[in-house]
Design a protein around this ligand. Structure first.
Ligand code: ZN
Length: 163
């Protein structure tokens, strides 16, 4: 994995803004290879996000969408105990159904946190690379679009209700 100041800035900004529980944790980031667009690994108390070299040409919002997704995974996993987390990872690697459920709930969380537009940009960018998103990767484009539209309209309503 090769570290990168730009990636690190995006990571720090996201943690500061939306992931208070991760402020005290060790999270590193860098470019790497493999088949996944992004993934994260954990060793003891260290979490490392790897961003595929394919995304080197991506703009900041695309990166924010992908990194926010990984931070949601880390945040959710840290709420589990060590044993539970191990069990969850085993299920994740063995069950397509479990993986699908995890990925979909992770993306709903990304949208709730306000990164829906970034997520949509990431999906569009990946499509242009020829990378196809299936249900195993999370929400389909149309589903993410609908969820984001819903969030945007309900947050407008929440603002209106304050008056
Ligand atoms: Zn994921």
């Amino acid at each position: 994995m090769s570290p990168d100041t730009g990636l690190n800035q995006v990571l720090r900004k996201l943690i500061r803004r939306s992931f208070p529980r991760l402020r005290q944790r060790i999270v590193t980031i860098g470019w790497g290879g493999g088949e996944e667009l992004l993934y994260y690994m954990a060793h003891a108390d260290r979490n490392m996000i790897v961003v595929n070299n394919w995304l080197r040409g991506a703009n900041r919002r695309v990166l924010e969408g992908g990194i926010a997704h990984e931070l949601c995974h880390i945040d959710a996993d840290l709420r589990l105990g060590v044993f539970q987390r191990q069990l969850a990872w085993e299920r994740y690697s063995q069950s397509r159904w479990y993986r699908m459920r995890e990925e979909r709930s992770t993306e709903r969380r990304v949208i709730e946190l306000g990164y829906g537009e970034c997520l949509l940009e990431l999906i569009r960018f990946a499509r242009r690379l020829g990378y196809s998103f299936g249900r195993e990767h999370g929400l389909l484009y149309a589903e993410a679009l609908r969820a984001e539209a819903l969030r945007a309209s309900s947050s407008r309503m929440a603002v209106a209700n304050r008056y």
